[in-house]
Design a protein around this ligand. Structure first.
Ligand code: HEM
Length: 413
């Protein structure tokens, strides 16, 4: 509870707790570390991955406050000098640096406005039959395997990737390369690899835009090109960046949600039985699975543009702020017995999709994919079970995303 927390004007320094973040044990299960750090102080200094001054926000109320504070910026251009100071200047291609996720208003408002129409609940509703057909096709191909099959490779990854690639009309032959660049962008701690992948992705998407411009279709990319060419409301770099953001979001997030969700359900048989008894419970179940172990677990990075007093703690200007959505969603002062997966609980208000002006634009799509995907799996495979002990599941070693690298299951009873 808040009373047990350390006096907020005396935040602990990074030295005490630096070793606990981003270690083997943390990748496997970060929640015990979060719980300990949050109980001491919900906003605290840590050593950031790049070695510069950073603050991590672990409490629910504190995370909401940070995400809504206009003085805490997402603008990577404004943050360039912070990286320069730490000697880790990065040279990212426009593909990842001119997105709505990396800008503040007014640019953010304009960029988000242009993409919004594609992701409204009504627009996503029209995609549902196609999402279901893709999911059923993937489940069918898994059903052909008598032995263990990797649910991540065969289902959790190809489902959202196919959906987003179809939306953007990426030819089937190019999808494997896109997947490889996208996952390299998420490799922990190798700036050269990240830079190279970002440039390859940018080059590919510039070419794709050129092709669509010559030969428009009725896909989202053609619509965005029309919007750009009509009013010059999107620069060429912004257009390519938007396509990259949507592709990356489409590759790395829902995949992890589906993988973690299936693992959680298969290791909580009584919860799974309750869900199977009435699959109309799926939408609520997805919210609890997002709260309990969402994909954007540790950090959504931000930067203070001026000194900010956050939940009673003074952050200096130019500080890197990591808001841990995964920690916030297990704050016992907001969700009682937070470590317990309880599909019946009221999980609304969780922060798995963020909060404030950067709240996930793709949330309606992600929810539809998770709901439909899990529904197809549970219907098609009444005896679905893990092929090995859950402790042996390998987790992604990413500071941005949490999810199983692979998940071997048996589809036959
Ligand atoms: C932003 C989570 C799926 C598109 C965000 C943010 C979070 C998030 C936490 C805000 C980050 C921040 O404030 O720093 C998730 C989760 C997903 C998911 C957990 C799946 C379970 C998707 C999908 C798409 C998408 C499928 C689209 C294809 C976006 C976009 C933004 C965003 C465009 C930037 C919004 C802005 O800056 O205004 N997402 N996302 N997301 N997401 Fe998602």
């Amino acid at each position: 509870s808040a009373a047990a927390r350390r006096a907020p004007d005396q935040p602990p320094t990074g030295d005490e707790d630096g070793p606990d973040l981003f270690q083997d044990e943390w990748f496997r299960d970060p929640h015990p570390t979060y719980a300990r750090l949050r109980a001491e102080c919900p906003v605290r200094q840590v050593r950031s991955p790049g070695g510069h001054e950073a603050w991590i926000v672990l409490g629910y109320a504190e995370a909401r406050e940070a995400l809504a504070d206009g003085r805490i910026s997402k603008d990577v251009r404004a943050a360039g000098h912070i990286f320069a100071r730490s000697g880790r200047r990065r040279d990212l291609a426009p593909a990842v640096s001119q997105t709505m996720l990396a800008t503040d208003p007014p640019d953010h408002t304009r960029l988000r406005g242009l993409a919004r129409a594609a992701f409204t609940p009504a627009a996503v509703h029209r995609l549902r039959p196609r999402i279901r057909a893709i999911a059923e096709g993937l489940a069918e191909s898994m059903a052909a395997e008598a032995g263990p099959v990797d649910l991540v490779e065969r289902f959790a990854l190809p489902l959202p990737v196919t959906v987003i690639c179809e939306l953007l009309a990426v030819p089937e032959a190019d999808r494997a390369a896109l997947g490889a660049w996208s996952s390299r962008l998420f490799l922990a701690g190798q700036p050269e690899v990240i830079d190279e992948a970002s440039h390859q992705l940018a080059d590919y998407l510039s070419e794709l835009v050129e092709r669509r411009r010559r030969q428009p279709g009725d896909d989202l990319l053609s619509e965005l090109i029309a919007a750009r060419d009509a009013g010059d409301r999107l620069s060429e770099g912004e257009l390519v960046s938007l396509a990259a953001l949507l592709l990356i979001a489409g590759h790395e997030t829902t995949t992890n949600l589906l993988g973690t969700a299936v693992l959680s359900l298969l290791t909580h048989p009584e919860q799974l039985a309750w869900l199977r008894a009435d699959l109309a419970r799926l939408p609520a179940a997805v919210e609890e699975l997002l709260r309990h172990d969402g994909p954007v677990n540790v950090a959504t990075f931000r930067f203070t543009t001026e000194p900010v007093r956050l939940a009673g703690v003074d952050l200096p200007a130019d500080a890197v702020v990591m808001v841990s959505l995964g920690a916030a969603d297990r704050d016992p002062s907001r969700f009682p017995e937070p470590d317990r997966l309880d599909l019946r609980r009221r999980s609304a208000g969780h922060l798995a999709f963020g909060h404030g002006i950067h709240y996930c634009l793709g949330a309606p799509l992600a929810r539809a994919e998770a709901e439909i995907g899990l529904g197809v799996l549970l219907r098609r495979f009444p005896g679905l079970r893990l092929a090995g002990p859950p402790e042996e599941v390998g987790w992604r070693r990413s500071r941005l995303m949490r999810g199983p690298e692979s998940l071997f299951v048996l589809t036959r009873a």
